[in-house]
Write a protein that binds this ligand. Structure first.
Ligand code: NAD
Length: 376
């Protein structure tokens, strides 16, 4: 199948490497025939990297609509800021093209819902390349927990404090990530949506959440660009899963001096230390390698490589991907429920966000997005 990329920024190279790994093992279902970025030098440089890693010369575009018109494409990977996800996806579906979206599914839940409706309307596939639930290790952990390997999960603890903003000026080197009109929220969305997706993949749906959020750093600069962020840099949350388990989740991109990072799933028989190992009662340590052998020997190691296998299986075989648009919407709605809670000072049910019953926070995002578009 013929594939194109829209957006050749930070994350696109990881996708290219994922495709290169599949090619090396003779399992790449896609030929990357075209790449597009409004910055032509980025698109050109990315095309050269494609030639180096995949061996073919993709066509280069600076206008994705022109690319959709001129190229015979089966699927695209959309690698753009969050405010563009829903419009670009709809244009792709209307052109008869399947879509792999980057996380978060959309800038906000109502646009995520619209994208799922649009995909159905045009009978096209929509997946999310969510690396935290893809690849052998992630799949092994989720399958092991569902199999009762650590017993019922009573508590999830997740702490993330990054000093990247202190060191580089902006998270990911990109000012847009700090503006809710571009990114939907601050770090609790850009980083947090990965973790919300992880929590729900491993332990099922979250019912309700309460949060405090803040913007502690009122001005950010990398020496060239200076902004006044509108997205939260810090969030502290507590939540309860549908199955009764509890969660304590904090993230900040306003850390200085020293960062921290860790996720623990505590069950009745042991603990998953995410990305590290499983620790069972009696001091028994199970390595991720052992867990993969037992639970996910059939899955590619590289999460981005896995995302393209998922995309192909969804298109050709109609298989529901692990990282489906619906699961992406659920993760995004967990984040927005936390943000809504902080806004209205009450616990919020995730379903109230998915159903559009509570949207005070989302309204502020849409307002800023529209103002930014009007000024552009
Ligand atoms: N681990 C992960 O899964 C991961 C990591 C980083 C980013 N992401 C996600 O990937 C997406 C892109 O993030 P990024 O860090 O690569 O952003 P980025 O800002 O580095 O890159 C975006 C690119 O899109 C281009 N662009 C903007 N408007 C365009 C348009 N209309 N047509 C074509 N190109 C356009 C920009 O010039 C830029 O090169 C976001 O959704 C982000 O959340 C995921």
């Amino acid at each position: 199948m013929k594939l194109a990329f829209i957006g050749c920024g930070n994350i696109s190279i990881d996708h290219l490497k994922g495709l290169a790994e599949l090619k090396k093992s003779g399992r790449n279902p896609f030929e990357l025939v075209a790449v597009c970025d409004i910055q032509s030098e980025r698109a050109e440089a990315f095309a050269s990297e494609t030639t180096r890693l995949l061996g073919n010369n993709p066509s280069v575009y600076t206008n994705y609509r022109e690319m959709l018109e001129k190229e015979e494409i089966d699927a695209v990977s959309v690698l753009l800021s969050h405010d563009l996800h829903h419009t670009v996806a709809e244009d792709c579906f209307a052109a008869g093209v399947h879509v792999q979206m980057q996380k978060p599914l959309a800038i906000s839940p109502s646009f995520g819902k619209k994208m799922i409706v649009d995909a159905k309307k045009y009978q096209r596939v929509l997946t999310v390349a969510e690396p935290i639930v893809l690849g052998a290790e992630a799949v092994a952990v989720a399958r092991a927990v569902k199999d009762g390997f650590i017993g019922p999960v009573h508590l999830v603890v997740d702490y993330a404090a990054t000093t990247e903003v202190a060191e580089r000026g902006f998270f990911g080197g990109t000012p847009w990530r700090h503006m809710k009109g571009n990114a939907g929220a601050g770090w609790i969305n850009d980083h947090g949506v990965h973790h919300a997706h992880l929590f729900t993949e491993v332990n099922g749906s979250i019912k309700e959440i309460f949060a405090y959020t803040d913007i502690f750093e009122k001005e950010l600069s990398d020496g060239k660009v200076t902004i006044q962020p509108t997205g939260e840099d810090t969030a502290v949350t507590v939540f309860r899963f549908e199955n009764g388990g509890l969660g304590h989740w904090m993230c900040t991109s306003a850390a200085h001096g020293e960062g921290t990072n860790g996720t623990w799933f505590y069950g009745g028989k042991g603990c998953v230390r995410h990305g590290e190992y499983v620790s069972l009662d009696g001091g028994n340590i199970v390595t991720m390698k052992e867990l993969i052998k037992r639970y996910a020997a059939d899955i590619e190691d590289n999460p981005f490589a896995h995302s393209y296998i998922e995309l192909k299986e969804a298109i050709i075989d109609g298989i529901t991907p692990i990282s489906s648009a619906e699961k992406g919407l659920e993760a995004l709605s967990v984040v927005f429920a936390a943000l809504e809670s902080a806004e209205i000072h009450q616990p919020v049910k995730i379903q109230e966000i998915i159903d559009g019953i509570k949207h005070t926070y989302e309204d502020t995002v849409i307002k800023e997005m529209e103002e930014m578009k009007a000024q552009a």
